[in-house]
Ligand binder design. Structure first.
Ligand code: C2E
Ligand code: CA
Ligand code: CA
Ligand code: CA
Length: 274
């Protein structure tokens, strides 16, 4: 076993392909990471279009590996999905978000849901149980879904959404505009919110076309009675434009980075600032 361990180590040394390397780290350590408190949840506030009022927060998972340091969710979520660890991780994040969000009265707490997690047979009952166990108001829990959730099994997704909506939960269509058929999904599924993907804002200043697209999406969302949130807002120019065209909510580094729950307490004035 010792020799095997050494071989494995040298495998790393000679420069294993990054993806393989990541897969190995995640496979071996993620399960333990959850029980060892290496997994954390940070929150990024969502503001009114003028950037003044906090209307909600989005929960974002963080993993600080004891050896490899911080690992991005963009890197470990796909592996967690492949290795069957996503339900465990997803439940952990939802529970933490409910526990923290409970004291943030009147604002929504958004949680990202992986398509793999959403497709679990017991997804609805698990979400319902966690929200109830944590004594969180269901109407303040917003599940962020991507198109990927809706593609493979549209009927199943529709049913799951209906059941959770009946309990009061809300839904946001995440990364809006990055897929191919977002418009069809908007008509079929009962979303409360659309989130315009960051990639649109990134290119907005350089090409007039992106600005036109963002404008159209905001217009469309409003016409359908949906809340429209723009993510990845980094400049005042972007914020002013979004406000001017009627985008409801803005989220991005311009206003606040994802922060620990205690910082949200401060932001909401829940702790003494004197
Ligand atoms: P996302 O859902 O699109 O989340 C937004 C990402 O953009 C976050 O990255 C956030 O930190 C980042 N961001 C926010 N504002 C700005 C900005 O102004 N500029 C730039 N450049 N970036 C900004 P993060 O936390 O690294 O998460 C990456 C992705 O990982 C998320 O994209 C989401 O798809 C996934 N993810 C994160 N947490 C979870 C989770 O708990 N469960 C699941 N299933 N997926 C998660
Ligand atoms: Ca999201
Ligand atoms: Ca996005
Ligand atoms: Ca996403």
């Amino acid at each position: 076993a010792k020799r095997e361990g050494r071989n494995r180590y040298s495998f790393f040394e000679i420069g294993m392909d990054e993806t393989l390397r990541m897969r190995k780290i995640v496979e071996e350590d993620l399960r333990q990471a959850i029980t060892r408190d290496e997994i954390g949840v940070v929150y990024q506030p969502q503001f009114s279009a003028d950037g003044r009022k906090v209307l909600g927060v989005e929960a974002l998972v963080r993993w600080t590996h004891p050896v490899h340091g911080p690992i991005s969710p963009a890197d470990f979520i796909p592996v967690a999905e492949q290795r069957g660890l996503i339900p465990l991780l997803g439940e952990y994040v939802l529970r933490r978000a409910c526990r923290d969000g409970k004291r943030w009265k009147g604002i929504s707490v958004a949680v990202n849901v992986s398509p793999v997690q959403f497709r679990q047979k017991d997804f609805v009952s698990t979400v319902a149980r966690i929200v109830q166990e944590e004594d969180m108001e269901p109407a303040r829990v917003e599940l962020e879904l991507t198109e990927g959730v809706l593609v493979d099994d549209a009927d199943g997704a529709e049913n799951a959404m209906m059941e959770l909506r009946a309990l009061g939960l809300r839904f946001a269509l995440d990364d809006f505009g990055t897929g191919y058929s977002s418009l069809i999904y908007l008509r079929r599924f009962a979303f409360d919110k659309i989130k315009i993907d960051r990639s649109f804002l990134e290119s907005m200043e350089t090409t007039g076309e992106s600005a036109i697209l963002v404008h159209s999406v905001v217009h469309l969302g409003r016409a359908l009675g949906l809340t429209v949130t723009a993510e990845g807002v980094e400049t005042t120019e972007q914020q002013r434009f979004l406000q001017a065209i009627g985008c409801h909510q803005v989220q991005g580094f311009l206003f606040c980075r994802p922060v620990a729950a205690e910082k949200i307490d401060e932001l909401l004035g829940l702790v003494g600032e004197d």
